[in-house]
Write a protein that binds this ligand. Structure first.
Ligand code: FMN
Length: 175
């Protein structure tokens, strides 16, 4: 039987009351529906106060997950036109684990642009990690009104947008 393709989703903010968690859970469900294995790696669980302060045992565990991934997805909000600091602190713990992996980015914002400027910035640094950022991103705009009280997405167009990103990730994979 073919090995299942594993694409973890990094949730890139630890902010109290974060809305991005809803977007990450939505992307998680869509990724499973598409047929990939996935899990959410939540930076909140690994929040480091300074660079390279992650517990070595935890670091080894996450390192194995990233190595085992065929591609990566990051779901993160835009904070002052950039990515959250805790996301960068998390990402900087690893390097060779990322090599040659396609990266899909999902931006989140309360405004209309869906974190577009954050997506552009994250693409830039992903190149230093030898990742391959793909063109198809998903922009979760007006996030505060995008999900109902049961956390179901109100705009059905997002399923197709995530699928488009997953298709491009799939065609960019080396293994
Ligand atoms: C520190 C901070 C900076 C922000 N900067 C931006 C910004 O540059 N552009 C934007 O569209 N929204 C900005 N916002 C609003 C966020 O889009 C909004 O709070 C959204 O819910 C963020 O995702 P989160 O709830 O997962 O933190 C900012 C919010 C915070 C807390």
């Amino acid at each position: 039987m073919d090995k299942k393709i594993f694409i973890p989703i990094i949730l890139g903010t630890a902010r109290e009351g974060r809305e991005s968690e809803k977007a990450a859970k939505f992307v998680f469900e869509e990724t499973k529906k598409y047929g990939f294995e996935t899990e959410i790696i939540d930076v909140k669980d690994y929040a480091s106060p300074v660079t390279w302060s992650m517990d070595p045992a935890i670091k080894e565990k996450i390192s194995a997950k990233i190595k085992n991934a065929s591609a990566l997805i990051i779901v993160a909000p835009e904070y002052n036109h950039g990515y959250p600091g805790e996301l960068k602190l998390f990402l900087d713990n690893f390097y060779e684990e990322y090599f040659y992996k396609p990266l899909g980015i999902c931006g989140v914002s309360s405004g209309p642009l869906g974190g577009a400027r954050m997506v552009e910035q994250l693409r830039m640094i992903s190149i230093e990690f030898h990742m391959t950022p793909i063109r198809e991103a998903v922009y979760f705009s007006s996030i505060k009104n995008l999900f109902d009280e049961k956390n179901n997405i109100k705009d059905p167009a997002y399923s197709e947008r995530v699928k488009t990103m997953l298709k491009q990730l799939e065609s960019s994979m080396r293994n």
